[in-house]
Design a protein around this ligand. Structure first.
Ligand code: HEC
Length: 150
């Protein structure tokens, strides 16, 4: 009887070891890959990089003070987009994408303090769908930094 038991237990231990190993490997590869491409998290991550490059100088972020303080209109805190719209039930994706793009806003209301990003990106050589993608990334990031405790 004793001789039968040992191989059985070994199989079990071996199986558990393989399972743990495969879970471990899956976790490692998930860490390396980051969020799945085109997911909201991946978009927000790309948006964060753009924000830190092109937006933080005027808007600041939490403890990061804006470095540009010569604006005629001060740049609003972008963690409080929802706080400024208490009636909004969900994040105003279309409105914010339009504000960032700016072309439509400028047509309707004339010049503004913030750069017209739609034009800036066109001048950088981005085509329509690339501009749409960039706005999507910025919006996803802005959604992820909203201060929901208001
Ligand atoms: C040169 C300074 C400056 C830069 C750079 C800048 N902004 Fe702005 N932003 C402003 C100002 C000022 C306003 C207030 C509206 C106005 O006067 O144009 C504003 C308004 C906004 C709003 C509207 C917020 C609300 O609650 O209505 C959003 C969204 C926004 N900016 C996003 C961005 C993003 C995204 C970037 C980077 C791609 C960016 N801004 C870069 C100055 C700037």
């Amino acid at each position: 009887m004793k001789t039968n038991k040992t191989p059985l237990r070994n199989d079990w231990v071996y199986g558990a070891f393989l399972l743990a190993l495969s879970l471990f490997l899956q976790t490692i590869s998930a860490c390396n890959q980051g969020p799945p491409p085109n997911s909201r998290q991946a978009q927000a991550l790309a948006g964060k990089a753009i924000f830190e490059n092109q937006c933080i100088s005027c808007h600041g972020l939490n403890e990061v003070e804006p470095t540009v303080d010569t604006l005629s209109t001060p740049a609003p805190d972008l963690t409080r987009i929802m706080a400024r719209r208490p009636k909004a039930k969900e994040f105003p994706i279309v409105e914010i994408a339009r504000i960032i793009d700016g072309r439509r806003e400028v047509k309707a209301h004339g010049p503004r303090t913030m750069p017209v990003w739609g034009e800036v990106y066109t001048q950088e050589g981005l085509d329509k769908s690339e501009i749409l993608g960039r706005k999507g990334e910025l919006v996803a990031y802005l959604m992820s930094i909203q201060d929901w405790d208001y």
